[in-house]
Design a protein around this ligand. Sequence first.
Ligand code: F6P
Length: 371
Amino acid sequence: MTTVRRAGILTGGGDCPGLNAVIRAVTKTLIFEQGLEVMGIADGFVGLIENRIRLLTPDAVSNILTRGGTVLGTSNKATPRHYPAGKDDAGNTIFQDVTDRVLQHIAEHRIEVLVIVGGDGTMSSAVHLIRHGVHLIGVPKTIDNDLMHTEITFGFQTAVETATEAIDRLHTTAASHHRVMLVETMGRNAGWLALNAGIAGGADVILIPEIPYRLDVIAAFCQQRVAQGKSSTIIVVSEGARPAGGSQTVDQIVSDSFEQIRLGGVSRMLARQIGHATGIEVRDTILGHVQRGGTPCAFDRVLATKLGHAATQLIAAARWDRMVAVQQGKITDVAIEDVADQERQVPLDCQEIQAARGVGTCFGDYPSAVV
Ligand code: F6P
């Protein structure tokens, strides 16, 4: 059993729906069931570096279950190993290792275990702190659903719902104008979000990073649909999708972020190419950060609460450096070290792809018949 008296909690990386549900579950359970004090760390690792740490009371985490974002704040720029510390004469960001500062703040606030809620980048910073003797518990979050060793992350289902609603809306305008409509989802190098929202929204074409596409296949499919009297074509494209033999579309490089590449814009490029190749009117919509915002759906509220609770049970059992995870529908835990810096992509033989192909969805890799 644990002898810990004080824990800390931070949310790192991009926000997602359900973070507040985890903060609430961890804080209330540790206070009510285990009699611990809980310190809230502001803005992810920035708070540990800049010493923005405060005591969380049960009141501070009341009425936040349904709220999107994170009441603690987050950052996908700061990590103790690589913290922006100003600019050089040429205007380039200078980075510094501020691990000592972080360790000093953890000791100063008497934090004996840190709950870190984040994605693969956050888990990689967590491994760095583990190697410096900090006791950590990880909770997986991301709308991308791309964390290794967990079959689902909270936030994903809400993002699927948001993207699906957008696709539903685009169906009606696409049909009215007899257009090809592209919808670009987030997801980085994994197609989970595009695949699931595409299936739920009845997309005619789904393009994901795991399956490089061919423009000639997509163009022929759109033309065939027109020839068969279909009113429109909906193409859901993941931001990480790329043509066979080509590369992903980079929107910007964020030089002071630990993951510098921001993908985006593949739908705009494809819209022009499909329009040019087919003569059909084409429009594109990039869903962007609306997929990350807003209130979590019921599924994510429950999952976040269960994962938060599971994190407290690891603390009770003094089982450090583990990340709670979902495997075969059950909550379990894995070593944080096994999750860091890895991506879980969509397996090509998964049921979702098979089911979508079964109803005639084209994945842009080889010609499919219009059904
Ligand atoms: O990892 C979550 C995510 O929303 C990705 O889907 C997307 O590529 C990225 O973060 C966007 O990051 P930012 O908020 O820095 O633009």
